[in-house]
Design a protein around this ligand. Structure first.
Ligand code: NI
Length: 487
């Protein structure tokens, strides 16, 4: 402010002239003669004795014999930016003795609607400055805020201002809403309406790329980034995220889905990771579609970064054995080795060990149920590995899927990745909520055989896998459950 003042010395001189021009009465400013005075806008009677004015009550006036008061030397003033009218009664040159009253409409009416004169300073006004811009404001008794120009501030006689350094007004450099900041250091504030900003006479907001403590969040499996800060809480665009400097979002867990209340479907993808998996991850994230990936251990060893990405983006990563053998041809210990090697490959890639097992070819026996995981089969198989087009895959899934189904697909198949946007759109259009297998079938136990939400054979139930006929919940015979995909 010091530099500004030096730069504006000429204006100071002009402004000081202005303040006197506004304050000086049209006539002389000499003291009123002693006697009784009454203001035109009310009943108050004053006595002026030796140039000192004092308000008297009725008794004192009566004791004095009801002397006729003279009209008080009142003039009517206002701030140029406000319609509120103040009565200024000056008994003499000493401003500390002046009487200021903010008039109600009826008081102004009683005074005969005098035209107010604009003035530069009305005592009782609050002068302040926010911590976010070097602007000085005045708040008059009538509740009107006004941003003072330098000249206007000079004309007040350079009233000292309350320096509210911890508070102010701010906005993001990449977004429009303005916040009233109650604490700048901690980023505390709330968004204001245009009216509220205008009522404070448009304090210039400080620009922030980020606020202290603001949040960038993303739900697992959802590419959308949600911003939460003092000016707003909403999903932001990629461009806005970039303008904020691409801060790493917090990864939030999706709200849990209760598949006993909503119609759920689980999409599953086998035999990866493959050269197509990244494109599938991108696709699913754009669609905010969760999925479960049954990965092959030897492939995990080839593409550990892709599996890490699967986990980081919140997809379920589960076990499809290490080398994709038909488990029923193996001994119990050889089966166990296949499953454990796959988990070891996940661990080597810094991915959590699996909790679910999908036996290759859907082929399992009593030994497979002893491997410590539920066996996850499927109830919808578009045979995507069999040279089908994306359209055929999509049509099959949409035609045969109903609530509770587990859909088998392969991220090794490029046409499948191409079919996914249509599949997701069609299933959602039919009211299905996409979930992971664990969400679809909560409470699975090791040795359970799970075809769908509604077709679970508990581990305690003996079941001849070769004699089983799989039916969809609607009763359609699904044929032998064999995943013939050469991974
Ligand atoms: Ni497979």
């Amino acid at each position: 402010m010091g530099a500004t003042m030096r730069r504006d010395l000429t204006r100071v001189v002009l402004a000081v002239c202005l303040v006197f021009a506004l304050f000086l009465p049209s006539g002389a400013a000499s003291a009123v003669v002693d006697g009784y005075y009454k203001v035109a806008y009310g009943d108050d009677i004053f006595i002026v004795d030796d140039g000192v004015a004092r308000r008297i009550d009725f008794q004192e006036w009566a004791d004095a014999g009801f002397p006729s008061p003279q009209p008080a030397p009142t003039e009517y003033v206002r701030y140029p930016w406000s319609s509120a009218i103040y009565a200024l009664t000056r008994w003499g040159d000493d401003a500390s003795t002046w009487l200021w009253d903010w008039l109600s409409f009826s008081e102004w009416q009683r005074a005969g609607y005098p035209a107010p004169r604009p003035v530069s300073w009305i005592p009782g006004s609050y002068v302040y400055r926010w911590g976010t811009a070097p602007e000085i404001f005045v708040l008059s008794e009538d509740g009107v805020n006004h941003k003072l120009t330098f000249d206007e501030w000079a004309a007040t006689g350079f009233q000292a201002f309350d320096d509210r350094t911890t508070e102010g007004w701010a906005k993001l450099s990449w977004s429009t809403p303005v916040a009233r900041m109650s604490d700048l250091a901690s980023g505390q504030g709330y968004p204001v309406t245009y009216e509220e900003w205008r009522n404070h006479d448009f304090p210039t907001p400080a620009l922030y790329q980020r606020f202290p403590g603001d949040q960038f969040n993303r739900y697992i499996g959802d590419v959308t980034i949600y911003y939460s800060g003092p000016t707003m809480s909403r999903a932001i665009t990629y461009a806005e995220w970039g303008a904020a400097g691409f801060p790493a979002p917090n990864l939030l867990t999706r709200a849990p889905v209760d598949c006993s209340r909503v119609a759920c479907v689980a999409l599953t993808f086998d035999d990866g990771p493959s050269a197509n998996t990244d494109r599938l991850i991108d696709t699913l994230m754009q669609l905010n579609a969760p999925a479960t990936f049954f990965v092959v251990g030897s492939q995990v060893a080839n593409r550990p970064a892709v599996v890490r990405r699967l986990q980081a983006e919140g997809f379920a990563v589960e076990n499809h054995t290490y080398s994709h053998p038909q488990l029923t041809l193996l001994s119990l210990s050889a089966q166990r080795t296949e499953v454990e090697r796959a988990d070891d490959a996940l661990a080597a890639a810094n991915v959590a060990r699996s909790t679910l097992l999908r036996p290759p070819y859907g082929s399992w026996d009593g030994n497979t149920r002893l491997l410590g995981k539920p066996l996850i089969l499927w109830s919808v198989d578009p045979r995507d590995w069999d040279g089908r087009t994306a359209t055929q895959i999509r049509n099959h899934v949409v035609t045969y899927t109903s609530a509770g189904d587990i859909v088998l697909m392969h991220d090794t198949v490029a046409a499948t990745v191409s079919a996914v946007p249509g599949i997701v759109a069609d299933l959602r259009a039919r009211g299905y909520t996409l979930v992971t297998v664990k969400e679809l079938v909560p409470g699975m136990a090791p040795g359970d055989v799970v075809y769908s939400r509604n077709q679970v054979t508990p581990a305690t139930t003996a079941l001849d896998p070769f004699g089983a006929t799989l039916r969809s919940p609607s009763g359609i015979e699904l044929g032998p459950v064999v995943d013939e995909a050469p991974f």
